[in-house]
Design a protein around this ligand. Structure first.
Ligand code: F6P
Length: 348
């Protein structure tokens, strides 16, 4: 293949922020500059392409960002496919900004838009990002490892106070559709019961586990609950309010409080709740997420140069590879039943 002329690559970060986004941005810029390409940073996810908000990214703009949480580009939950006018603006701004290629960094929503644009002929590749780790087709999304280490540390801290007061501690963690954070941090932190969206349980089942533990003389317990968990006997998800974002997602939160009240009511064990919330998404990425983000960023630019448009970078085993966005967006990646089975062996 002959030498390619230099290209203008746009990059955007969409959806909830997540540690490691800056590692991806830095890697994209560094790899692109080695090819002689230009990189344009699009502000605030798809909103930046609706409004044409963008600025060039240089070596200087990405210097020192590797350990920083969040995203220097900003993010939003804007869905440009909601209105035909916005979709047209996105296509017009891609032209106006003279973008040859586009890199979309995001979870199911952001990448779903990327897939749609790829079908319209836009030369785009995706990078899977979410602390929830629920993107199909990749072994791991970056940001997940950082969230797990934050939750694990919190569980360790809650253990000492739970034991001193002989209490049940309920920890509510993120995980809208899947319980990856809950299961992996629960395993790492030695949780006594883990409640996830994939596996509804009744309050009786939960209380039996805690009572069994009590009966063998362990008078404190840690219960990890993912925000998307549903009690088997309850209807619907527990939400903060009626609002929905542009992708139709409800604002989850509050299941921890309900589970705690029910545990106290049924067992008489004193119970407290901790909601970790956005602490799980904030701050510096772990070494693992910095390296994964860097490898994803490098591979995304290489995919564009190989003409593999409409693909998403992915981790398979220890190798970085890619799969079609259409394949990755078919369904969510749910928690591996083997992990759930392992966690259950330590209940009670
Ligand atoms: O990005 C995924 C996520 O962290 C989910 O786990 C959570 O439900 C949601 O984002 C929270 O969104 P927001 O930051 O908009 O409140």
């Amino acid at each position: 293949m002959g030498k390619q002329s230099s290209k203008r690559i746009g990059i955007l970060t969409g959806g909830g922020d997540c540690p490691g986004l800056n590692a991806v941005i830095r890697a994209v810029v560094r790899r692109a500059l080695l090819y002689g390409d230009e990189v344009i940073g699009i502000k605030n996810g798809w909103l930046g392409l609706v409004r044409g908000m963008a600025e060039p990214l240089t070596l200087l703009s990405v210097s020192g960002i590797l350990p920083r949480g969040g995203t220097i580009l900003g993010t939003s939950r804007t869905n440009p496919l909601k209105s035909e006018a916005d979709t047209k603006k996105v296509l017009a701004n891609i032209k106006k900004l003279k973008l040859d290629w586009l890199i979309a960094v995001g979870g199911e929503d952001t990448l779903g838009v990327a897939r749609h644009l790829a079908e319209q002929g836009i030369k785009v590749v995706g990078v899977p990002k979410t602390i929830d780790n629920d993107v199909e087709g990749t072994d791991q999304t970056f940001g997940f490892d950082t969230a797990v280490s934050i939750v694990t540390e919190a569980i360790d801290r809650l253990h000492t106070t739970a034991e001193s007061h002989q209490r049940v501690m309920v920890v509510e963690v993120m995980g809208r559709h899947t319980g990856w954070i809950a299961v992996v941090s629960g395993l790492a932190g030695g949780a006594d019961c883990i409640l996830i969206p994939e596996h509804p349980m009744t309050i009786q089942e939960i209380c039996q586990i805690l009572e069994k533990r009590h009966a063998r003389g362990r008078l404190f317990s840690i219960v990890v609950v993912a925000e998307g968990f549903k009690l088997a006997e309850a209807e619907g998800l527990i939400t903060k309010d009626e609002s929905r974002d542009q992708f139709g997602h409800v604002h989850l939160g509050g299941i921890g409080e309900i589970v705690a009240q029910q545990i106290e009511k049924h067992t008489g064990f004193e119970t407290r709740v901790t909601v970790l919330g956005h602490i799980q998404r904030g701050g510096s990425p772990t070494a693992f997420d910095r390296v994964l983000g860097t490898r994803y960023g490098v591979k995304a630019v290489e995919l564009l140069h190989e003409g593999k448009f409409g693909e998403m970078v992915a981790l398979r085993g220890n190798k970085i590879t890619s799969i079609p966005l259409s394949q990755a967006m078919r369904k969510l990646k749910h928690v591996d039943p083997e992990l759930i089975r392992t966690a259950e062996m330590f209940y009670g």
